[in-house]
Design a protein around this ligand. Structure first.
Ligand SMILES: [Fe+2]
Length: 283
């Protein structure tokens, strides 16, 4: 296994650990094909590459971020994380045998809700994905899909009656995907969920969802269990897709209206020249 030569992938920040879980004993993991170690040295989180050289380190959102290159952009800014009345729910790391890009694409896809998350995020006969605008925010260099609407029988841990949920999706970097949805208990505010992906190999990664919720009712374990249930359902779907890497050629897989944000996401990755985790780039 060797470090990728993909400069686009190298020059980005990646969440690689939960900061509070780092101790003096080195943890071994992988990033973009490189073996890396993580530990606290004199209390400071220190990632090192396979030669022992120290890598850049930043802590944000309770996570340790590092890079193998020289990122031109900062770690994604999540304004909701600074709102002190929100419930913060880190959902734990899950290893997934697929490209991280596949996980982002699945996160953006609403058409699978009634089938994969039956009774939670969707239910037959409410299978229609209504048209929504999606595109690239050129100034921010992010993918957005806004005003997405889908009928959900149990959109959040507090929801018992079903809701026509409104969701905005945001992809601030190739391996980070987020959604904003109206908070069932305070409709003028929005819940925020981010999925941070650590691309280990072209078709192997770890992913960690964090939720910043407006929810004064649910227990922490209820919110955690809700998200973990959904995410484990998604893991099965993503690991069974073929190929495990993501094709960027527009005609590689048949797009439907439900895939509008997926088409934009793939186009954005192709424009960037990202290869790691795609069928074009291999490792
Ligand atoms: Fe899903």
């Amino acid at each position: 296994m060797t470090r990728t030569t993909d400069a686009v992938a190298l020059n980005d920040w990646y969440a690689v650990a939960t900061a509070a879980e780092l101790g003096a004993t080195p943890q071994c993991t992988q990033l973009l094909g490189e073996e890396i170690t993580l530990q606290r040295e004199a209390g400071i989180a220190t990632p090192r590459d396979s030669t022992g050289a120290a890598l850049p380190a930043r802590e944000a959102y309770g996570l340790l971020f590092t890079t193998l290159g020289q990122p031109r952009r900062d770690i994604v800014h999540i304004a909701e994380a600074a709102e002190t009345d929100r419930r913060v729910v880190p959902c734990g790391w899950t290893t997934i045998h697929a490209s991280g890009l596949r996980i982002v694409e699945n996160f953006l896809d609403m058409a699978h809700f009634p089938y994969v998350h039956h009774g939670i995020l969707g239910a037959e006969p409410h299978t229609e994905v209504m048209h929504y605008p999606s595109g690239i925010d050129r100034e921010a260099d992010e993918v957005w899909a806004t005003g997405c609407r889908f009928w959900q029988p149990r959109a959040a841990a507090t929801d018992t009656t079903g809701t026509m949920m409104e969701i905005d999706y945001r992809v601030p970097s190739p391996f980070v995907v987020m959604l904003y949805r109206f908070a069932p208990s305070q409709p003028h505010r929005r819940d925020c969920i981010a999925l941070f992906i650590q691309p280990m190999q072209a078709a192997l990664c770890r992913a960690l969802p964090i939720m910043w919720l407006v929810d004064e009712i649910s227990t922490h374990s209820a919110m955690l269990h809700f998200e973990q249930t959904i995410f484990l359902q998604d893991r099965i779907i993503v690991e069974n897709q073929r190929p495990l890497t993501l094709p960027l050629e527009p005609r590689a897989e048949i797009p439907t209206r439900a895939d509008a944000s997926s088409v934009v996401y793939r186009r954005w990755l192709k424009e960037k020249g990202l290869r790691f985790g795609t069928t074009e780039g291999g490792a």
